[in-house]
Ligand binder design. Structure first.
Ligand code: MTE
Length: 325
């Protein structure tokens, strides 16, 4: 994601410096001030930490590969796993696509998830209890980033509707707000103060209940790689990828529309709905076509990323909203 700080009173956007550069000095100072709290691991210390974490067993590994749900079919081959594992957006670690190595420092067991806000009863549940209770299936989905690239992935996980059944939101809840872990001692990106951490995203209750909305715990027939958002990430394939929040620790039910990290940072470019539409360009580039990562191929972008039959009805009567940003 490419972010430019807008200053309405100043020069045109095209002449502005990307925000991370504008703020790098301030960022370095602030990071320095926080550095006493927890030293950032690097070199041999990082390697040792990763080796130690690798020894922690995954208590639900036996559930993979899960049975595939054949309802959801693709118009393209699944992206090669090696390519997918090395081309990621995970700003908690860094803002390049090369996050895989750094992401290995994230401890993913134990991992608890809080369910709170407008629910019958707030609860905290361990990821493995959640997975065993709900069960897993595999689904092949397309994945379209707002940066105009795409992949196709075999996710393993469960429909969001099953989490809703467990969470028992009140009728007054209109949205679900999701939040990623906050752990700057292993996630260097979280020491960059120009991002409004933690990563947050939100859906309407109708979107969360849609049959496509999926919470993934694995990919390619095994538990999810950390760089993809282990141990629990959202996948909403008709929306731009930034909605698909990684490494979730909290689901809060609310009557207020959540403001996601990107919307908070740059509302003129990244909005709440973020539905894929080839006809609505990003303010700084076209969305008419997409690059299929790893193939060299470009294809025309599909409305709702090709999932209109499942989701178009969700947006009837909302034509005045900014549905496509
Ligand atoms: N979730 C968190 N917590 N942090 C991130 O930086 N990046 C988003 C989304 N979820 C992001 C995130 C963006 S911009 C995209 S395109 C997808 O994750 C990328 O998912 P992938 O790396 O598995 O392809």
């Amino acid at each position: 994601m490419n972010v430019i700080r807008r200053r309405g009173w100043e020069i045109p956007e095209s002449q502005l410096t990307p925000e991370p550069l504008v703020f790098s000095r301030r960022g370095v100072l602030a990071a320095g001030a926080g550095a006493g709290a927890a030293a950032l691991l690097s070199g041999p210390a990082l390697a040792q930490r990763v080796a130690d974490l690798d020894k922690i067993p995954d208590p639900t590994a036996d559930l993979y590969p899960a049975k595939r749900n054949e309802t959801y079919t693709l118009d393209r081959p699944i992206t090669d796993e090696k390519i997918n594992d090395n081309y990621n957006n995970f700003y908690e670690f860094n803002s390049s696509k090369d996050v895989a190595r750094q992401a290995q420092a994230l401890p993913i067991r134990p991992w608890t998830i809080k369910i709170d806000g407008m629910v019958e009863k707030e609860q905290t549940v361990g990821i493995d209890d959640l997975i065993r209770k709900i069960g897993l299936e595999e689904r092949n989905y397309r994945h379209r980033c707002v940066e105009a690239w795409s992949m196709a992935i075999a996710w393993t996980g469960f429909p969001f509707s099953k989490l809703l059944a467990m969470a028992k939101p009140l009728a007054s809840a209109k949205f679900v707000r999701m939040e990623t872990f906050m752990n700057p001692s292993v996630a260097p990106g979280q020491r960059q103060p120009w991002y409004p951490w933690p990563y947050v995203e939100g859906l309407t209750m109708a979107e969360a209940a849609n049959e496509l909305t999926f919470l993934a715990t694995g990919a390619y027939g095994h538990p999810m790689s950390k760089q993809h958002g282990a141990p629990l990430r959202l996948t909403v394939p008709w929306k731009y990828g930034f909605k698909s929040i990684k490494s979730i620790v909290r689901f809060s039910f609310t009557d207020k529309r959540p403001v996601g990290l990107w919307e908070k940072l740059q509302a003129s470019e990244y909005g709440f709905w973020a539905n894929v539409n080839p006809k609505v360009p990003h303010p700084r580039w076209s969305q008419a076509s997409e690059e299929l990562i790893g193939t060299g191929e470009r294809r025309p972008t599909l409305l709702f990323n090709g999932y209109g039959e499942y989701v178009a009805d969700l947006y009837k009567g909302l034509e005045n909203e900014r549905l496509w940003a």
